[in-house]
Design a protein around this ligand. Structure first.
Ligand code: NDP
Length: 338
């Protein structure tokens, strides 16, 4: 990019969305945050990835979520994010909350996944190199490890904070009892866990079964991932499976057979209700998560700038009547006809 085309962030970027404290911490996160799991790897168009990041930032999204293994290939989302940081966002580093994680398989051998101190410390060092950063704002343990003592995993997080490689720490995919233990161990080390990142959407509701209460009790924020069930809770699949969709692509995480007749009929009914509320289904699905005040920020994915704008406009109707909420329950809990 030539000097004449140097990116300058929109002067109105902080006038679009609210920012909420994460749990009992002093850190505010935007209404929506942007995740780089899909659409930011070396297999994707770099121009599109850069456009999504800058459009998000111009729209008020200050928080970008990564992990060691995002791509494909693994690591390439961090490399691409690092490129955009170095060329366009360098002077905005202090306006950004950048997170990364380790927990899933990243390299061969016994030290390339799970929760040992060896893995977490080396993985974050690799992530910092790929993003060309001195520190990340939030470092997560990505999934609980049934084998490694939790004390070891938490002491790795403590060491990372003490070394200044992350300002805050979080955990992801921990069930309520595992999260409770992790928070207690961290507290004994004088570390407050900032955030928990669970999968939560209208189609995936395990967090309502104790996790949100545990987070509230410990003053920990909550940032749900896959709030749109990877695109199923949008208007994307109402008329079949478009070619430019995650379900039609190479992703092993959302495949055509996930779109069962039961899911499709629920999507149709939810879409009709969203239209009555004057919003898109994506907007209603996000607003439905934000109705619980324990939700700090909702972590969306996107393949186009228009999707980011559409999702952000959930802010225009965040209120649900009692009738709307019970209608949604009826749709979600009805069983498919045999
Ligand atoms: P979503 O449920 O938000 O799905 C995003 C997909 O939905 C997009 O790629 C797009 O699909 C479609 N979409 C998004 N907005 C719209 C819209 N307004 N209208 C129509 N379609 C839309 O989230 P993700 O599953 O992508 O996850 C979000 C983030 O959560 C990840 O990037 C990652 O940071 C984090 N995450 C964390 C995990 C963990 O274990 N901690 C696991 C998984 C995700 P399409 O590409 O088909 O256009």
């Amino acid at each position: 990019m030539s000097h004449a085309m140097q990116y300058i962030a929109s002067a109105e970027r902080y006038q679009h969305i609210p920012y909420t404290y994460s749990g009992k911490s002093g850190l505010k996160l935007p209404l929506l945050s942007l995740g780089l799991w899909h659409n930011f790897g070396h297999v994707d168009s770099f121009d599109n990835s850069r456009g999504l990041i800058l459009h998000g930032f111009d729209s008020g999204i200050t928080h970008f979520d990564l992990a060691n293994n995002y791509g494909p290939p693994p690591g390439s989302a961090e490399e691409n994010f690092g490129k955009v940081l170095a060329s366009e966002l360098k002077s905005y580093r202090d306006e950004l909350i950048i997170s990364t994680k380790a927990g899933y398989k990243m390299w061969e051998g016994p030290y390339g996944e799970w929760g040992s101190k060896k893995y977490l410390i080396s993985s974050l060092d690799q992530s910092l190199k790929r993003m060309k950063l001195d520190y990340v704002d939030i470092f997560y343990h990505h999934r609980p490890d049934p084998e490694t003592p939790l004390e070891e995993t938490m002491s790795a997080l403590q060491q990372i904070v003490q070394q200044g490689k992350a300002l805050y720490v979080g955990i992801s995919n921990y069930k309520p009892d595992e999260a409770e233990k992790a928070f207690t161990i961290l507290k004994s080390m004088n570390i407050q866990c900032l955030l928990h990142q669970p999968k939560y959407s209208m189609f995936e509701r395990w967090v309502e079964d104790g996790l949100l209460d545990t987070l509230e009790k410990h003053g920990v924020g909550c940032i749900p991932f896959s709030p749109l069930a990877q695109g199923m809770l949008t208007n994307k699949y109402l008329k079949g499976i478009p070619a430019n969709s995650r379900a039609a692509g190479e992703s092993p995480f959302l495949q055509k057979d996930h779109l069962t007749n039961d899911i499709l009929s629920k999507i149709q009914e939810l879409n009709a209700l969203a239209l009555q509320r004057g919003q898109s289904l994506a907007q209603m699905a996000i607003a439905w998560l934000l109705k619980d005040k324990r939700i700090t920020s909702v972590l969306i994915g996107a393949s186009t700038k228009e999707q980011i704008t559409d999702s952000l406009n959930c802010k225009n109707n965040l209120h649900f009547s009692t009738e709307e909420l019970s209608h949604i329950e009826t749709i979600l809990t009805q069983r498919p006809e045999a």
